[in-house]
Ligand binder design. Structure first.
Ligand code: MSP
Length: 515
């Protein structure tokens, strides 16, 4: 236990019916950036990701692959772990819903809901979509081809009639509305909050929370004919990882979670069902749910049938890890949908990374290397222009804290690039290369201001581009224990030897067409 404030954030747990794609990489990346930022800012962070391994969809995929669900989930879950390592994600735990700790937590939560009279036995008859793992009301369906019915997501639905336990969701409508009212930041962005509010205001029906027609799930305690509805099972992962039902250790420290990051398609589960389950069990709801948008590929919806699924590993192999991490968070306002295109990727990579930031760092460090004996220059008195740049750079940390707390990554990065552009303008105007002969002391001051600006930019960009920023901080000889935000305002020491500078952002050059 540390004296640091706790910060707990989670990704959705991913279905293991599929290989990891850009959507999975995106959600976890956003969390990784928040987690790294908060750690550097002095928080005791718990960052959870994992895999959602039960349910009909996964069972079907295992059958199609001709293996048992357990063997299938072992294999696919490993792909998600590998992706996390490959993308440099800094998760502290990786949960699988087939683990004993999770089954125990689900059954304990169920038992509590039964004891509190929140779950009752009945029979379900209605529509179910295996692809969405969701029940849909007749009034929500739309017409599909040949008189079939489709879920609002476009997924096929089946008519289901079976005995089922129900959760008394209808009883939670007013309490949920009061909760949203009292916690205006619980759902973000605001447009999504309004959608959830109108859904809840439209009336809530009791929710079927068990199934009898297949077996791949957590058994309902005391009634083995039933397994738990996969969403009740899956959502519980967020408390399983805190040690629930033991409420003394990590649960006491980290729960309620500070942030559940989700895609817009699964907001209803997180912002309506999950807080209702928790409140019904006498547990606290999470503090915030942020729903991000979806990526398209070169303007087209991404789908397996179109064959245009974006493999994050290929992206990284083509453009570089930090370049991809930067692009995904810079290209679209977080919360909106975005389009991935080769052109947009190369424009950001060459324009903002290689030209703007790469050149700023490279020319500042090369001039220091050549003209200051390879040592951090000695600053004299700062001019108003020096102070203007130094102040803009010093303001980055408080500005980014605010952007990160609102999960507005694009806004945070734009703030950093305003300083990058200002610093490039400053180099051009101060022309330190010309000062070398006329006023070497002034040249040293200008180069010191530049080195300090690059240092502060590199510090705040570490969460987004950990590898390249670490190389840049090496070139500025920033000691490893001076890289968290408590050292943000600790000035570099003049006279300190600096290693030879090397460019950190290569330009993307189109491969020659094969002749
Ligand atoms: N298993 C559930 C989540 C349970 S959480 C208690 C699930 N899994 S999923 O694997 O289907 O989806 C995981 C995430 O990927 C969702 O947040 C979803 O929004 C995101 N994406 C899937 N395709 C996407 C894009 N094309 N673009 C961006 N994100 C997308 O849902």
């Amino acid at each position: 236990m540390t004296g640091k404030p706790a910060y707990y954030l989670t990704t959705p747990i991913y279905y293991v019916n599929d290989s990891p794609h850009i959507g999975h990489a995106y959600t976890t990346l956003a969390c990784d950036v928040v987690a790294r930022f908060k750690r550097l800012d002095g928080f005791d962070v718990k960052f959870l990701t994992g895999t959602d391994e039960h349910g009909q969809k996964v069972e079907k995929s295992a059958n199609n692959a001709g293996v048992s669900p357990q063997a299938f989930t072992d294999r696919v879950s490993q792909n998600f772990r590998d992706l996390a390592a490959f993308m440099g994600y800094s998760n502290d735990d990786f949960i699988r819903t087939t683990e004993p700790r999770h089954i125990k937590a689900c059954q304990a939560l169920w038992q509590t809901l039964i004891e509190k009279g929140e779950i009752f036995l009945g029979a379900y008859h209605g529509w179910y979509s295996v692809r969405d793992e969701a029940f849909w009301g007749e009034d929500e369906l739309k017409a599909g081809p040949d008189g079939t019915k489709l879920a609002p997501t476009g997924a096929p639905v089946d008519w289901v009639e079976e005995p089922s336990y129900f959760f008394r969701l209808s009883a939670w409508q007013d309490k949920l509305l009061a909760f949203y009212e009292a916690n205006p930041d619980f759902i973000a962005p605001a447009s999504r909050r309004n959608e959830v509010l109108s859904f809840v205001k439209g009336g809530l029906q009791d929710l079927s929370v068990s199934r009898t027609s297949f077996k791949w799930g957590v058994p309902v305690p005391g009634d083995d004919a039933h397994i738990m509805y996969v969403w009740l099972d899956a959502l519980t992962n967020y408390i399983t990882a805190t040690g629930y039902p033991d409420m003394t250790g990590d649960y006491a420290r980290y729960w309620p979670a500070d942030l559940h990051m989700v895609g817009k398609d699964i907001l209803r589960f997180h912002a309506v069902y999950w807080p209702a389950f928790l409140m019904a069990a006498g547990l606290e709801p999470p503090k915030r749910v942020f729903a991000h948008g979806w990526w398209t590929n070169e303007g087209q919806k991404i789908s397996k049938s179109l064959g245009n699924v974006i493999d994050p590993i290929k992206l990284v192999e083509t453009y570089g890890l930090d370049q991809v991490r930067y692009f995904l968070l810079r290209e679209v306002p977080f919360g909106s949908d975005g389009d991935f295109s080769h052109r947009a990727m190369v424009n950001r990579m060459n324009g903002e990374l290689a030209n703007d930031l790469g050149n700023l760092a490279q020319r500042s460090l090369s001039m220091i290397n050549k003209n200051c004996d390879g040592r951090m220059p000695q600053a004299g008195t700062f001019s108003p222009e020096d102070l203007e740049l130094l102040n803009a750079s010093a303001a980055l940390l408080p500005q980014l804290r605010d952007s990160i707390d609102r999960q507005l990554f694009h806004e945070g990065l734009e703030t950093v690039w305003q300083v990058v552009r200002a610093a490039n303008g400053y180099v051009d105007r101060q022309a330190p290369w010309a000062l070398k002969k006329t006023d070497p002391a002034r040249m040293a001051t200008v180069l010191y201001v530049l080195a300090e600006t690059v240092r502060q930019i590199a510090l705040v960009l570490q969460p987004v581009m950990p590898t390249t920023m670490s190389r840049l901080l090496d070139q500025l000889a920033v000691p490893p224990d001076h890289r968290d935000f408590s050292s943000f305002e600790v000035r570099s020491q003049s006279g300190q030897p600096l290693p030879r500078p090397e460019g950190v952002f290569p330009r993307f050059v189109e491969p020659e067409p094969a002749s």
